[in-house]
Each structure stands twice: as structure tokens, then as C-alpha cells.
Design a protein around this ligand. Structure first.
Ligand code: FE2
Ligand code: FE2
Length: 173
């Protein structure tokens, strides 16, 4: 049985993940407008992953009899100064989500809610991977500089757009 505080916190995290999903739609669209189709594809896929995270939380709520309340999702940043800026904002967003997940995990522990803590472990591990991926992309973009972003795209293509990810989204864990 979920406590009211945990139920509220999970509902908030559903909104946070949907916000991330929309933020990545914004970045993907910016990349496309810059003619960077591979980077755009990378961020569209990140967006789909974030929506999956929201659904994972939502289904957990249904499984444990929590009441799902989808709150208002704030609008994401719409304009970026550069590709580096867009990737930096994406890394910042992953850092924010990592803090949110850690707080959620902290709450589950405080309440001795072991089922929720066990469920959240997947998100803790996922954030390690997401932070690493976005950090790696930022380094790559910085190293290439504005004139050589096509080299970044080549690298992403060679790696199946996945950078350090061990598996493609949708593949079994
Ligand atoms: Fe996420
Ligand atoms: Fe993420």
C-alpha cells in the first residue's frame, strides 16, 4: 500500500518524465532545423524513452492501487543558442531527473516502502546510463566545435546513434 506522500511524489515524477519527453522533442526539432538529422533522431528517441519512463511509473501506480493524477506539464525551453547549448541543457535536465529519482528513493526508504524502493532501482540505474550518454555527447559536440558537427553525426551513425548505451531502447534489458 502506497502512502499518500509516495503516491503524490510518483504522480509528480510522471509529470517530470513527460516534461523530459517534451524537452527532448524541442531539442530534436531544433537539431532538425539545423539540418542535423542524426542528432535529431537521437533526441526523438530520447523523447520516446522518457515517455516510456512516465508509463512505467504510471503502470506501477496501477499495480499497487495508487491513484494516477496527471498534472500540468510545463512548457520546455523552445530556443537554443547553439547545438552545444541544447546538449548542455539536456545534460542539466538529466541531472535534475537524477536528483528527483534520488529524492523519490529517499522517501521510499524513509517509509520502509521496499516494493517502491525495489521498483525505483531500475530508474536509479537508468539515470547512471542517461547521465553518461549525455555527458559523452556533450564532450563530443564540444570537441568537434560548430564547424564539425557532421563528424559528430558520423560518429553517432557508426555507433548506431547509441553512444555508450549497451542496448537499443525497445530491446530486452
Ligand atoms: Fe527519464
Ligand atoms: Fe532521461
Amino acid at each position: 500500500m502506497l502512502s499518500k506522500a509516495t503516491e503524490k511524489a510518483i504522480n509528480e515524477q510522471i509529470v517530470n518524465e513527460l516534461y523530459s519527453s517534451n524537452a527532448y522533442l524541442s531539442v530534436a526539432s531544433y537539431m532538425d532545423s539545423e539540418g542535423l538529422k542524426v542528432l535529431s533522431a537521437f533526441f526523438f528517441r530520447q523523447s520516446a524513452e522518457e515517455r516510456d519512463h512516465a508509463l512505467k511509473l504510471l503502470h506501477y501506480m496501477l499495480d499497487v492501487g495508487g491513484k494516477v493524477l496527471i498534472g500540468t506539464v510545463p512548457a520546455p525551453m523552445a530556443t537554443f543558442k547553439s547545438v552545444e547549448h541544447a546538449v548542455q541543457e539536456s545534460l542539466n535536465q538529466e541531472k535534475t531527473v537524477t536528483e528527483q529519482i534520488n529524492r523519490l528513493m529517499g522517501l521510499a526508504h524513509k517509509e520502509s516502502d521496499y516494493a517502491t524502493a525495489s521498483f525505483l532501482k531500475w530508474f536509479v540505474d537508468e539515470q547512471v546510463e542517461e547521465l553518461s550518454t549525455m555527458h559523452e555527447l556533450l564532450l563530443l559536440v564540444q570537441k568537434a566545435g560548430d564547424q564539425n558537427l557532421l563528424l559528430v553525426e558520423d560518429r553517432l551513425l557508426k555507433q548506431g546513434i547509441t553512444l555508450s548505451r549497451a542496448h537499443l531502447p525497445g530491446e530486452s534489458e
